[in-house]
Design a protein around this ligand. Structure first.
Ligand code: NAD
Ligand code: DAU
Length: 332
C-alpha cells in the first residue's frame, strides 16, 4: 500500500489517524477527503503537506469520490456526522452522509476493486445495564438507539452486504469513545475543559451515572492500522481499551486536574434516549492481530488533553460561542 484516501481526515479521529500514519508509514502518500463541515478543520492536518493532500468535497458526490478512490490504493472511511445530540434535532444530514455517503463509497470501491476499511462505533450495539458483566463482542446483535447510531448501523450493514454480495475487500471496526487532542468542543470531555477555562461550570446530563468506555485516539489509530494491514477481509473487529468510567467521575477528575473543587459542576437536562453504558471486548483484535493499547492511564491521558486545550485556545475559541448557543436551545 502506497496511497491511501482518508475520508473525514480533517475531523477529530481522522486527523489523529493521518498524523499517526504520517509518522508510522513514512513512505505512504495520504489524500484527505473532507467536506470541512463545522466539525472539520484544515488546521488539524497542517504541517504535513509534503505527504498529505486535502480534497475538499462531499462523500455523497459520486463523481468526486469516484475519482479520488480511483487514484488511491485503499480507503479508510472516517467521514460521518458524529454527534448524537445533533442527530436528535437534525437527523437528515446523518442519513445523507452516513448512509448515502457510505453507499457512494462502496459503489466506487466495487467499481475500482479497491480495499476499504470502514470506521464505526460501539453504539450500533445499543447499551448495557450498569451491573451487567457483559461487554459488546462482534457477535452482539445490532440495537442502535439514536438517529446517529442507527445511521452508523445502516452504514455497517451496507458494508457487510457489499462484501458478501459483491466481494468488496472490506473490513469494519467498531470503537468506543475516543478522547485526545483536536476533538470538537461539542463533545463531552472538551466541552467540560473549555467551560472551566471560560470560567463556567461543567454540565452533566441527568444523574451522570452513564458509563462510557474511553480510549485514547492514538490507540484507535494503531488498531485501525493493524486491521488495514493484517485484518481478514469481511471481518469486524472491536477496538477498546478497558476504559470504563461514569460521566460523574470524569467530570470530577477534570475538575481535580484543573485545580477546582470536585463538586463544582451542574446537572442539566438529560439526552432523550440516553444510552446507559458501553463496554468493549477487544479480545479478537488482541488475539488475532496482536494489537495492544498503550495509553491506558486515563488520568494521565486526560491531563495531557487538558494541557492541549489550555495551549490551543486559538483552535477552539472561534467555535465556543456557537456551540454553547446550540446547547442553550436544548437546555443542556
Ligand atoms: P468528527 O465529527 O470530528 O469528524 C467528522 C469529519 O467528517 C469532519 O472533518 C467532517 O468535515 C467530515 N465530513 C462530514 N460529513 C462529510 C461529508 N458528507 N463528506 C466528506 N466529509 C464529511 O467525527 P469523529 O469523532 O472524528 O468521528 C470519526 C469517525 O469515527 C465517524 O465515522 C464516527 O462515527 C466514528 N467513531 C467516533 C468515535 C468517537 O468517540 N468520536 C468513536 C467510534 C467511532
Ligand atoms: O461510543 C462511541 C461514540 O462516542 C461515537 O460513536 C460518537 O461519535 C461520539 O460522539 C461518542 O458518543 P457519545 O454520545 O457517547 O459522546 P458525547 O461526547 O456526546 O457524550 C459522552 C457522554 O457524556 C454521554 O453519556 C453524554 C454525556 N454528556 C455529554 C455532553 C456533551 C454530558 O454529561 N454532558 C455534556 O455536556
Amino acid at each position: 500500500m502506497q496511497k491511501i484516501l482518508v475520508t473525514g481526515g480533517a475531523g477529530f479521529i481522522g486527523s489523529n489517524f493521518v498524523r499517526y500514519i504520517y509518522r508510522e508509514r513514512p513512505n505512504w502518500q495520504i489524500e484527505v477527503y473532507d467536506k470541512l463541515t463545522y466539525a472539520g478543520n484544515k488546521a488539524n492536518i497542517s504541517g504535513l503537506e509534503d505527504r498529505v493532500t486535502l480534497t475538499v468535497a462531499d462523500i455523497c458526490d459520486e463523481q468526486e469520490i469516484g475519482a479520488a478512490i480511483a487514484r488511491n490504493d485503499a480507503v479508510v472511511h472516517f467521514a460521518a456526522e458524529s454527534h448524537n445530540d445533533n442527530s436528535l434535532h437534525h437527523p437528515w444530514p446523518f442519513v445523507k452522509t452516513n448512509i448515502v455517503g457510505t453507499f457512494r463509497i462502496l459503489e466506487s470501491v466495487r467499481k475500482h476493486n479497491k480495499r476499504i476499511h470502514h470506521i464505526s462505533t460501539d453504539e450500533v450495539y445499543g447499551d448495557l445495564e450498569l451491573d451487567d458483566p457483559a461487554k459488546f463482542t462482534p457477535d452482539t446483535p445490532y440495537n442502535p438507539s439514536s438517529p446517529y447510531s442507527s445511521t452508523k448501523a445502516g452504514s455497517d450493514l451496507l458494508v457487510r452486504a457489499w462484501a458478501r454480495s459483491f466481494g468488496v475487500k472490506a473490513t469494519i471496526s467498531n470503537c468506543s469513545n475516543n478522547y485526545g487532542p483536536y476533538q470538537h468542543i461539542e463533545k463531552f470531555i472538551p466541552r467540560q475543559i473549555t467551560e472551566i477555562l471560560e470560567g463556567r461550570k461543567p454540565k452533566l446530563y441527568g444523574s451522570g451515572e452513564n458509563v462510557r468506555d474511553w480510549i485514547h485516539t492514538e490507540d484507535h489509530s494503531s488498531g485501525v492500522l493493524s486491521i488495514l494491514e493484517k485484518g481478514k477481509i469481511g471481518e469486524t473487529y472491536l477496538i477498546g481499551a478497558n476504559g470504563e468510567e461514569n460521566n460523574k467521575n470524569v467530570v470530577e477528575l477534570i475538575l481535580e486536574l484543573m485545580g477546582k473543587n470536585k463538586s463544582d459542576y451542574e446537572h442539566v437536562n438529560d439526552r432523550p434516549g440516553h444510552d446507559l453504558r458501553y463496554a468493549i471486548d477487544a479480545s479478537k483484535l488482541m488475539n488475532e492481530l496482536n494489537w495492544l493499547p498503550k495509553y491506558t492511564d486515563f488520568k494521565s491521558g486526560l491531563a495531557d488533553t487538558i494541557k492541549w486545550y489550555e495551549e490551543n485556545e486559538a483552535w477552539w475559541k472561534p467555535e465556543k460561542q456557537a456551540t454553547e448557543e446550540k446547547y442553550k436551545e436544548l437546555g443542556r
